[in-house]
Ligand binder design. Structure first.
Ligand SMILES: [Zn+2]
Length: 351
C-alpha cells in the first residue's frame, strides 16, 4: 500500500513525501486525528518508504524490507500498543512479557513505563538491517504519566537514525513538552465520498453497500470495514423500537428492554451512541427536510416515523439525556437505573 493508495489525507501525505524527497526527516512525529482515518496505514507506509531498498519518496512493495514491514516482521520496526496477543509484532504484550510487567490484562487500558523502558533499550541497539530504526506508538494518549515522562527523556536524547511516530486521537493528553519536540501531522475525518471510493476500489464493495456503509461510518474507514452490517441493523432496529415505544409511552416495553440492555454492559455505550445518532438524524430531517446530513439514510422513513409530531427542541433534549446517561455510566452508575431514567426522560420530553 503505497502513498497513492491512501485516500483523503492529501495534506499529510504531501508533507511526508516532501520530507522524503528532501531527505529532511524529523526524529519524532505525532500523527494526530480522529480514529480510523488512515493514521496507522500512513505510519506504516512512511516506515516502508524510509527503509525501502528501491524507492525514495515512496515504497516499492516488492523489496525484502517492504515485505517484512507489511508482515509486521521487520527487526527495526518496533510497534507499541495496548495489549493484543494475537499479532506477531513487537506488541506491548511481548514487551510486558520481556519486562515482567505484572499487568496480565489483555485489554489493558494504558501503555506503562515498562513498555517505554523496553522501547528505549531496543532503540539503543544498532539497527539490524534497515536504514532507519522505527518506533510506532499507537494510541499514544494511553501512555501513563510515568510512561510519558520517561518517553520525554528519549526525545531529549540524540536519536541517531531513529524515527518515532506517535499516533493519537487526542494530542491534548500528551505532555506539551512531548508535543513541542515532535512534528505534528494532522489527519482529517474522511468524507463519505472518499470512504465510498475506498470501499469500492480497494475492497470491492457494491455501489449500494458502499454508499450505506460510508454514510454510517462517520468519516472512519476502519468502522466501515469492521462493521458487521447485519448485526448492526438488528441492533438499530432494537434502538428504533425502544425510541418509538418510549415516545409512545409504552412503559412496560421500556422497562423490559432497559433491563435486557443493561445486562450487556459492553454493548451499552455503542447502543447509546446509536440512539444519539438516530435522534440527531431526526433533528437533521426536521431542520433541513431532506436526508442530506442524515447518517442512517437507509432507515430515514423509520426515523420520520418515531419523530413525527415532535419538535426539534424536544429531540435536542432527548439527545442531552442520552449524553448525560453516557457520562453517568462512565462514572459507574447503576446501568439499569440510568437507562430507565433516560427512557423516561425521552418519554416525558414529549409530553
Ligand atoms: Zn521496497
Amino acid at each position: 500500500m503505497s502513498f497513492n493508495n491512501i485516500l483523503g489525507q492529501e495534506r499529510a501525505k504531501k508533507i511526508l513525501i516532501n520530507s522524503l524527497i528532501k531527505g529532511n526527516i524529523s526524529h519524532a512525529y505525532i500523527f494526530a486525528g480522529p480514529e480510523e482515518v488512515g493514521k496507522k496505514l500512513t505510519a506504516l507506509t512512511f516506515a516502508k518508504a524510509l527503509n525501502c531498498i528501491n524507492g525514495k519518496e515512496d515504497c516499492c512493495e516488492e523489496c525484502l524490507s517492504c515485505k517484512k514491514i507489511n508482515s509486521l516482521n521487520h527487526p527495526d520496526l518496533i510497534i507499541i500498543r495496548k495489549g493484543d496477543e494475537n499479532t506477531k509484532i513487537n506488541t506491548i504484550s511481548d514487551i510486558k512479557r520481556d519486562f515482567g510487567d505484572e499487568d496480565k490484562d489483555k485489554e489493558s487500558k494504558s501503555i506503562k513505563i515498562g513498555a517505554i523502558r523496553e522501547l528505549q533499550r531496543r532503540l539503543s541497539l544498532k539497527s539490524y538491517e534497515g536504514k532507519k530504526k522505527l518506533a510506532i506508538i499507537d494510541n499514544a494518549e494511553d501512555m501513563t504519566r510515568e510512561a510519558l515522562n520517561s518517553f520525554l527523556k528519549t526525545l531529549e536524547e540524540p536519536l541517531g537514525e531513529t524515527v518515532i511516530i506517535l499516533i493519537t486521537s487526542n494530542t491534548h493528553s500528551l505532555l506539551p513538552t512531548v508535543v513541542s519536540r515532535c512534528q505534528v501531522i494532522k489527519f482529517n475525518p474522511l468524507s463519505d465520498e472518499h470512504i465510498k471510493e475506498i470501499l469500492i476500489k480497494n475492497y470491492k464493495f457494491s455501489e449500494n453497500d458502499a454508499s450505506t456503509l460510508s454514510s454510517l461510518s462517520k468519516g472512519r474507514l476502519g468502522s466501515a470495514l469492521s462493521m458487521d452490517y447485519e448485526s448492526f441493523c438488528k441492533f438499530r432496529e432494537d434502538a428504533l423500537k425502544l425510541l418509538g415505544s418510549s415516545i409512545k409511552g409504552d412503559l412496560e416495553y421500556v422497562f423490559t428492554e432497559s433491563k435486557r440492555l443493561s445486562s450487556d454492559k459492553d454493548k451499552l455505550p455503542q447502543f447509546l451512541d446509536l440512539v444519539a445518532d438516530l435522534l440527531r438524524d431526526a433533528v437533521a430531517i426536521k431542520g433541513i427536510g431532506t436526508d442530506e446530513n442524515v447518517i442512517n439514510k437507509d432507515v430515514s422513513d423509520k426515523i420520520r416515523g418515531f419523530s413525527d409530531g415532535l419538535h426539534i427542541h424536544n429531540i435536542l433534549n432527548m439527545v442531552d439525556s442520552v449524553q448525560q446517561t453516557k457520562s453517568l455510566l462512565d462514572r459507574n452508575a447503576n446501568h439499569q437505573l440510568a437507562i430507565e431514567v433516560m427512557m423516561l426522560n425521552i418519554a416525558g420530553g414529549y409530553r
